[in-house]
Design a protein around this ligand. Structure first.
Ligand SMILES: [Zn+2]
Length: 75
């Protein structure tokens, strides 16, 4: 099986780039290669999504409110 790459897009500069899914997982931190903003990886429907640190904390606050922070929905 070859290494799958996931296309992602920086929420700050809108630049698209590829990430190796073997090298990253949810909640990993990275910097945008274009604008060097700090980003957090989120997994949404099996796809990588990049959010800024600010959005990450916002997401966690929402999750805690509903008491489902660690629950993973399975199809
Ligand atoms: Zn960027």
């Amino acid at each position: 099986m070859r290494t799958p790459n996931m296309k992602v897009k920086c929420p700050e500069c809108k630049e698209g780039f590829d990430l190796s899914v073997n090298d990253y997982e949810e909640d990993d931190l990275l910097q945008c290669p274009e604008c060097t903003v700090d980003l957090v990886i989120k997994v949404d429907n099996g796809k990588f999504k990049l959010v800024t640190e600010k959005e990450k904390y916002f997401d966690e606050e929402i999750a805690e409110e509903f008491g489902a922070a660690e629950e993973v929905e399975e199809e």
